[in-house]
Design a protein around this ligand. Sequence first.
Ligand code: HEC
Length: 198
Amino acid sequence: MKNCRNWLLGVAMSCLAAGALAQGNPAEDMKRGQELMQQQMKLMTPELVQKANALSPEIKKFLMHVALRHERRSDTLTLVQVMQEIMAEHHMIGAAIATDNGPMAADAARRLALHRLPKGGMLPYLPIEKVTTEGLSVLPSMEAAVEGNAQKIAEAAEKGDMVAAARYYGDMTAGCVACHIHFRGQPGATAYTPRLKQ
Ligand code: HEC
């Protein structure tokens, strides 16, 4: 894993040996993954770049996998805006399951699983003290809970098994909750200072 150390100078082939980037040509994926990470890092403050560079090779590999897997990437939208889009898909899946509409549930679940990425990736929007190997180590399990269960919803809904889809919907929602508990302070907090008595 030594060669994985610096993604700006080049993430080596060995980083891909574990097969995190399942599809496509590994060499091309790696090149593209590096480009995407460099684009994200160009937008980050120097303080965040330093924190990002200090992450473990495994977390860097995971972030690269996320950047590659999600092909809709925005140059303008923030994480809150992306989350609102995810919320809308979440509502749609719930409505489709409740009304026994398999195709509607499956399409919305796939869009949720392959959600858009915000400007600069996810790191700029997380509390800076969470941008550490330990703080980010929960990400793969969050991905499995949310995106993994979204894929399972899509497969179950396509087969017309709405009982299973409803169960996966609950498991997926537990993933939203877990990630919010870990990464957000006060839910619904705004970046602006509200004129309220403390
Ligand atoms: C990887 C962690 C993570 C996962 C998984 C996640 N969220 Fe979020 N979510 C966040 C963070 C961090 C914020 C706050 C972003 C900010 O304030 O800039 C947020 C904010 C939101 C918001 C904005 C409103 C508010 O209360 O702050 C909504 C809506 C939302 N998430 C919905 C969802 C839904 C629905 C799911 C599951 C399908 C989900 N999120 C999964 C990390 C996550």
